[in-house]
Design a protein around this ligand. Structure first.
Ligand code: PPS
Length: 684
């Protein structure tokens, strides 16, 4: 593409996006002087690419509005292709320069590596040199900016550092469709999880194909730029069904897809400017090339990786030892510290636990590194994805155990995937992936032999005592301050877990009342507050609907957007109270199930969330009509009134449902206390 073509491309793009902009603004956007712009405009009009539409009669300066003719639109489309082709060849050249190799996509048969030397060569990264990054950063300041979500920051980090190689950016529509349908990008490369940049409709509208956008972290730091090659509205139900196995919101990634991800996807190659900043555990964070270099330096030719999102206990140690022995490989403990399943032990606690366990491994054969991956809990597809990522990190083997990256139960109470589906899918693809699976069955403790053994290898099951503590049981013991036996975990790990999860009766928690206006939420919440204050021990804060609307949300109305914002604010304050050991009692209507769920997830990171549905019927609320609002709502004088002209999602599985029609307030508050007691949140 020549310079003149590029100027014409910018001009056509600008006219299409902002037909009535001033000449000065158009010249600035195109990057030419006013004189050159005029000459360009005259030439383009003479060539039939641009037409003069009309003068804006309201504009005192009689500004001219332009438009693209159909010939102009076709020319713009042709120039976009040229522009993108040039960009892509620049990326290929950049990769070749960085890696000393050609980055042109390889054919399927050359993609197979011999497993022994997978870590000998550097992996292509998407970063530009320091000097180019400084220049690019300055230029990117004027681009349209997208503020990345925490999950997108994780994805971008692995795109840029080569963890997601051979991807060179967020996937475009063809790659996305291929990945969703058959786990392959458009050129046939195996890739099981879509890596897409979801944005709001509003942001998407302001972005044109061919444009560069800046990708910023949550503090506004520019981490990368992306040339937008694709923009489309995905079929999310199809994505959920094909990638995660079911369009069921009980799956954390499906819930994310429908309730958090933006409506439009953008795709295009990424130019890396800098890595996301991490202030924690810096010494334990390595890029793929840093780990590869470490393995090379140590002479580790065979490395088996262990993926985890949980603290390590004795069963894990036994499993990893056995895996290393079986694969005759060194061991990499490679825990995920990006995003895991909502409700997991936070990564700070986990890393302290891992550090404590590391002493129990021979240091000459084992190392640990932290992986900033955002997991999707996609079971079998996720296992294949994890394997591809570990290959990029220089590993030759990968441990896949029972129910790898399992999301838990679906909304019918059944497992999303079979316990060994992940192993089956991995096995099917491992030759092509270039990383070998070390599969493990469930490990259990055999008391008589005082050791862990794979459950399916115990021949004398009837004559021995098999012990096992599930994750749920461990959480219960921690919550209730019960004994955790030595055979199960290491004292150092248990101490660390107890430090962050004191018994529930010492932790903060949130009681979240929801129900129609006038259902009795505030009255019961007040009675509960007084009873809890009478018991003493923890500070109690009441976040009643009316109080919050007065003090926190006075500018908000009752549209869906405003109600969501109101509830998210309540959730934020309640999560801070819970985190700091207090009791938060919330009593808003909170009509939307998805928002309540999001608040639950925020709070459960720090303590219990007790949802109480005050199930007074609409008829009864309307009959009581304490504030006279229902009458006004029926007369149409109050719009968007919950139950009358606005929806209310009845909670499906609240911790408690209260019937206020046949039970008095004192008794309702007492029922809540009994519930809290049964959950171990208050002492009996
Ligand atoms: S929400 O949906 O959770 O944000 O609502 P909330 O903050 O709890 O506010 C509800 C109180 O505002 C009064 N009110 C309305 N309620 C529902 N719909 C409409 N349109 C509306 N307009 C005003 C009403 O008094 C609610 O108080 P409670 O305590 O629930 O009766």
């Amino acid at each position: 593409m020549t310079d003149a073509q590029e100027v014409l491309f910018r001009l056509l793009r600008q006219i299409d996006m902002a037909p009535a902009a001033s000449q000065r603004a158009t010249a600035a956007a195109v990057g030419v002087s006013l004189g050159r712009l005029n000459a360009q405009l005259r030439a383009a009009i003479a060539d039939g690419l641009i037409r003069i539409d009309a003068r804006d009669s309201t504009d005192r300066r009689q500004r001219v509005a332009y438009g693209l003719t159909s010939k102009g639109a076709a020319e713009k489309a042709r120039l976009i292709d040229l522009f993108l082709a040039r960009k892509l060849s620049e990326y290929h050249a950049l990769h070749a320069e960085l890696t000393g190799s050609s980055s042109v996509s390889r054919s399927a048969n050359t993609r197979i590596h011999t497993m022994q030397n997978a870590n000998l060569t550097p992996i292509p990264e998407l970063f530009v040199s320091y000097d180019s990054a400084q220049k690019l950063k300055a230029e990117a300041g004027t681009l349209n900016s997208h503020d990345l979500s925490p999950r997108q920051i994780c994805d971008l980090e692995l795109l840029m550092n080569g963890g997601f190689a051979p991807l060179k950016g967020f996937q475009g529509e063809d790659d996305y469709n291929g990945v969703v349908e058959n786990m392959r990008t458009a050129d046939g490369t195996l890739w099981p999880i879509p890596i897409t940049l979801d944005v709001s409709e509003k942001f998407a509208e302001a972005v044109e194909i061919g444009q560069d956008i800046a990708l910023r972290d949550q503090e506004g730091v520019i981490l990368a730029t992306m040339t937008v090659t694709d923009k489309w509205v995905p079929d999310k139900a199809r994505e959920a069904a094909m990638v995660f196995g079911a369009d069921d919101d009980a799956h954390p990634a499906v819930n994310y897809l429908h309730n958090q991800a933006g409506a439009v996807y953008l795709g295009g190659p990424v130019t890396g400017i800098q890595q996301p900043v991490h202030y924690d555990f810096k010494a334990r964070r390595d890029t793929p090339n840093e780990l590869r270099a470490y393995f090379r330096k140590m002479g580790w030719r065979r490395v088996v990786a262990f993926q985890t999102r949980n603290p390590l206990h004795r069963a894990h140690q036994e499993l990893t030892f056995r895996a290393a022995r079986e694969a005759q490989a060194n061991l990499l403990i490679h825990p995920v510290v990006g995003m895991t399943k909502p409700g997991d032990v936070d990564h700070f606690t986990r890393v302290r636990c891992y550090e404590a366990v590391l002493d129990k491994y021979p240091s000459a054969t084992t190392t640990m590194s932290l992986l900033p991956l955002a997991m999707r809990m996609a079971g079998p597809r996720e296992a294949v994805w994890h394997g591809l990522i570990r290959k990029n990190y220089g590993c030759t083997h990968f441990i896949v155990g029972r129910d790898h990256a399992g999301p838990g139960k679906n909304s019918a109470g059944e497992d999303f995937y079979g316990p060994y589906d992940a192993q089956d899918l991995f096995r099917e693809h491992q030759d092509e992936m270039g990383i070998e699976m070390v599969d493990f069955k469930h490990m259990v403790y055999v008391q008589e032999r005082a050791q862990y053994e794979p459950n399916d290898e115990i021949a004398d099951k009837d004559n021995v005592t098999i012990l096992n503590i599930s994750g749920t049981e461990l959480r219960r013991r921690l919550r209730e301050g019960l004994e955790i036996p030595e055979w199960f975990s290491f004292p150092e790990v248990v101490k660390e877990l107890r430090r962050t999860s004191p018994p529930r009766s010492d932790q903060g928690f949130t009681v979240f009342f929801t129900g129609f206006s006038g259902s009795g939420k505030s009255t019961i919440a007040n009675a509960l507050m007084v009873k809890l204050m009478e018991m003493g021990g923890r500070p109690v804060t009441l976040l009643d609907g009316d109080i919050v609307r007065k003090n926190l949300s006075s500018e908000l109305g009752f549209s869906k957007e405003h109600r969501d914002l109101n509830i998210r604010r309540i959730g934020y304050v309640a999560s801070e109270i819970t985190k700091n050991g207090g009791i938060a009692i919330c009593a808003p209507i909170a009509p939307y199930g998805t928002t309540r769920r999001a608040v639950r997830e925020d709070i459960e990171a720090f303590g219990a969330f007790v949802e109480i549905h005050v199930a007074t019927s609409l008829e009864e609320c309307e009959r009581r009509d304490r504030k006279g609002l229902y009458k006004l709502a029926r007369e149409g004088k109050i719009k968007e009134f919950t139950g009358i002209s606005d929806p209310y999602d009845v909670p499906k599985n609240p911790e408690l449902r209260l019937d206020t029609e046949s039970v008095d307030v004192d008794n309702c508050a007492h029922q809540v206390l009994l519930k809290l007691e049964s959950m171990g949140l208050i002492a009996a």
